[in-house]
Structure formats: C-alpha cells, structure tokens
Design a protein around this ligand. Structure first.
Ligand SMILES: *Cc1c(COP(=O)(O)O)cnc(C)c1O
Length: 352
C-alpha cells in the first residue's frame, strides 16, 4: 500500500506515458482528492508499460477523455445521495442496505460510479464513524442483508474488520453480510490467513469481487480466491462492461470460466453507469445483450451472469438480456433456443 503509484513522477518511472495520460494525471493531482491516481505495484505489474491502448491500463491510468462530460452524465448517477438516510448508508431496496465504510481504494478505477467521493480522504473511516450506520441497521428490523462497500472495505485492518463484523453479526435480524471489493484482484496479498481467520468467524460471508478481464486471473489472484473459498466465503464476480476492455464474448467467456475454476460464480455484468467522464468506456446496451446470448447455452450456465442496468436517478438495478420468448400461438408459447431454433411449449391451463 505504501508503494502505490500515486504521482506523475511515480507513474513515469514505470510507464511510457502519452501526452494525454500525463496531462490527465497532472489535472487530477491539482483537483483535491477527486478520483486520484492510485495503482498497487502488483497491479502495475500486469499493465503494459508502453502500450497505452491496453484495456486494463486504460481502466487505471487516466486520459483527457475522462474530463469530457456527456449530457446524460452525473457525479452521482445512481442517485445514492437521495437514498441515503444517514452518511454511509444507502437504503434503496426494502430488505438490504449498502454500508459505505471507507472512501479509500488500493487502486482507483477510472469509471468508478462513486468517483464523486472515493479517494477524497474526507470520509474518515473507523468505529466512531460507523456507529451511526450500525445504529440505523439495528433500528430497522426489515434489513436482513448488509452489503459492506466503499471505497474498498478490505483495505481496512483485520482488527477493524473484526470489530465491524462482530457488531453487524450481533444484530439478530441481520442474516447476511457481504462485501463489495476489488482487493483480491488488485492486492491479492491482502488475502492473508489472518484475514481469512477473521472472515471465518462470521458466517455466512458473501463477497462480490470486482473483476474486469481474464488477464487479472494470475497465480496470485487464483491463490487468494482459493484462500477465501477455503475460509467459507461465498464469492460472486461482478464486472463492468467496458468498451475496448472486455466487450467481447470471447473475453467474457474466458473471464467467467476462469472465475469458476477458483470458485467465484459470475454474478453481475454491469452496464457502465453514466458517471461523469465515462463515455469512452460505455458500450451500446446491445453489446451486453449479445454477450449474454453468446454465453447462455454455449458454456457452463454458472458462467452466465445477470446483465444489469442500474437505473439512473436511483430506480435500482434492472436485469436485461436476450429475449427468448417469441410470442404465442394458441395454447403454445414460441421459444427460441441458444442456437436460434424455434420450439413450442404448450402452456398448461392457458386461457386465451
Ligand atoms: C446493488 C445494490 C445492492 C445489492 O443488490 P443485489 O441485487 O441484492 O446484489 C443493495 N443496495 C444498493 C443501493 C445497491 O446498489
């Protein structure tokens, strides 16, 4: 963590930067805090030193494109602030909450949906800041599912995580605790046996791990995922669909089948949120639908995630995908299979 690449000088020592990258890093370091540059040495090792077009490199090193704001783009595209009863809690759905426990990440993604707040250092984390969130959860018995995110909660120390988990675990109506994190992919050495011992104490722990590309599945990352699985953590993968990075069936199939080999079930493929400066990453919605159609039936069903659009303005996640229902013919439903062939299913007791 101490050796993260955070300045133009540090980036220049490792990468051959383009003018656009150099200027974007400079502009970012002049604006206080907003989506800073931050790359772990481990993650830098999987980025291309000279090819600025490399997909994964574009997700971590800013370019001037990220300062172009399209008409539909917002600092808070999901309207999280409107669903936030107290700082750190986002309560959009009836029985689950998002609990933002830090604004800090080991490595910052340039398309971050929370770019408005990550890395600012304003959102100091720690037990005194979390108490209000814990009190809120305690006071709302409908909440049975707490999703700890941020920032990246796994950058917190083991004692702090232990404290937080013990408090949440002690609330009788909290059945389910999960983490949203990219730490296993950007800082696999964080997944220590000691961390696993903490997680093991509070079952069931689920983890949605942010993965972007099959090149992230190094030996180190695979070992980290296996340590988490051995500690009883149930893992799902979540991926943001990104233009020129992972927007092909082939790449997504390699990523998702690779995740299954290390006991991570692909859960969500996210349409990129319209956050400010994201246009160079956003794909047409059809791209995601085509990827799902290219996976379903063509590979293991567990390798097919839900494709989600998080409704701008705070409507929540909406699943979309290929349409396999062609219509009706009398009592029959006409269905398209994965090969595009039509089949019929006689709908029991259908009243036409
Ligand atoms: C994504 C999200 C959740 C979790 O949703 P699941 O579909 O249950 O994974 C909860 N709260 C908020 C605000 C979210 O954005």
């Amino acid at each position: 963590m101490r050796n993260r690449i955070r300045t133009l000088e540090e980036a220049e020592r490792i990468f051959e930067l383009t003018d656009s990258e150099r200027e974007a890093i400079t502009r970012r370091s002049q604006r206080s805090g907003e989506l800073p540059l931050g790359i772990t040495p481990y993650y830098a090792s999987i980025l291309d030193r000279s090819q600025a077009e490399q997909g994964l490199r574009r997700t971590k090193i800013p370019t001037l494109e990220e300062f172009e704001i399209a008409v539909d783009e917002r600092p808070d595209p999901l309207g999280e602030e409107d669903h936030s009863p107290i700082p750190g809690i986002v309560h959009t759905y009836p029985d689950k909450v998002l609990f933002l426990v830090t604004d800090f990440c080991a490595t910052y993604c340039r398309y971050c949906t929370r770019s408005r707040m990550v890395g600012s250092g304003e959102f100091q984390s720690g037990p005194s800041k979390w108490q209000a969130g814990i009190d809120y959860i305690e006071a709302h018995p409908a909440i049975r599912d707490v999703l700890i995110s941020g920032g990246d909660p796994l950058i917190l120390s083991d004692p702090r995580l232990d404290w937080l988990l013990s408090r949440l675990h002690a609330i009788p109506h909290v059945e389910f605790i999960r983490f949203g994190t990219k730490a296993p992919a950007v800082l696999p050495q964080r997944i220590t046996p000691e961390l696993c011992d903490v997680l093991r104490k509070y079952p069931p722990i689920y983890m949605s791990i942010h993965f972007t590309h099959p090149d992230e599945l190094t030996q180190e990352v695979q070992a980290a995922c296996n340590r988490l699985a051995d500690a009883g953590v149930v893992m799902g993968g979540q991926t943001v669909l990104l233009k020129g990075v992972n927007d092909s069936i082939e790449t997504m199939k390699a990523l998702n089948t690779g995740l299954l080999r290390v006991r991570v079930t692909p859960y969500y493929l996210h349409q990129c949120d319209p956050v400010q400066g994201s246009m160079h990453f956003r794909t047409p919605i059809q791209t995601g639908i085509d990827i799902l159609a290219g996976l379903h039936g063509h590979t293991t069903g567990y390798a097919v995630p839900y494709f989600m659009i998080d409704a701008p303005g705070g409507g929540g996640k909406i699943p979309i995908g290929p349409n396999y229902v062609l219509g009706r013919d009398g009592d029959d439903v006409l269905l398209k299979n994965f090969n595009g062939e039509t089949y019929r299913y006689r709908d029991p007791d259908f009243q036409s």
